[in-house]
Design a protein around this ligand. Sequence first.
Ligand SMILES: Nc1ncnc2c1ncn2[C@@H]1O[C@H](COP(=O)(O)OP(=O)(O)OP(=O)(O)O)[C@@H](O)[C@H]1O
Ligand SMILES: [Mg+2]
Length: 269
Amino acid sequence: MAKIIVLGNEKGGSGKSTTAMHLIVALAKTKKKVAVIDLDLRQKTLYRYLENRDTYCKRHKIKLPTGEKIFLKESQKDSKLESLKKEEKDFSEKLFDIDQVFDYLVIDCPGSHTNYSQMAHAVADLLITPMNDSLIDFDLLAKIDPKTGKVLGPSIYSEMVWSARQVRARSEKAPIDWVVIRNRMSQVYSRNKRRVNTALDDLSKRIGFRLASGFSDRVVFKELFLSGLTLMDLTDSEAWELTLSNIAARQELRELLSFLGLSECANSI
Ligand SMILES: Nc1ncnc2c1ncn2[C@@H]1O[C@H](COP(=O)(O)OP(=O)(O)OP(=O)(O)O)[C@@H](O)[C@H]1O
Ligand SMILES: [Mg+2]
């Protein structure tokens, strides 16, 4: 069966699509067949990223490892219940087809709640939630006391993951492995950062996720998007200079892949 990796959180711009693209390429680089569903049906950032990659390959007459886009449509039925039923049917049919052909399915969720996003969370083998490395983004995971920084309880999103885990527990599959990634880390060690550290450690035990560090804040990610490349392609491409910052970013990627249990991918970079 295809292993399902879901990138989710309900906050925009935290690095879901960027992380998804890096995972897709890392898996495809080790000859895995990767299906991709972008559930951000409006922005389609991940599909655009993949299309930029195709354009880059055509322009430079090269072949680069990539994933295959699979499309799902938002249902336009009159009633909410009918729409939900139609989307559930379409979703499970796509999963069935993907299972026959692919090794992995990577699903990128939008920064807001949708029916499909909820369904994706319930089928995830691995759920990855990137969050910007600041206390402001912490409310994605938990309600906190603004004065003391103390955790008061789970957020709506954490509760959604909890209910997805309940649905999952009724199946025979292993529990969802939930990994929260701290993204866009600043190089400076600040008081704010220390508070995020302590609060996240506390929360990871309380609501059951593993905490990983993602990428430092680096401008290279924006440039990569436009050309459809990832940190892993920089050696493959003559147009790119491999700077020290890029090498450090690749090391962060390697560490992340190992943390996610994708050692083969980590070793191939
Ligand atoms: N570590 C990083 N350093 C600098 N910029 C980053 C980093 N990670 C992502 N970005 C940039 O931040 C922006 C948002 O990233 P991305 O699109 O991956 O987030 P997202 O969570 O998918 O957003 P949305 O919820 O809108 O779909 C992009 O321009 C991306 O290039
Ligand atoms: Mg996105």
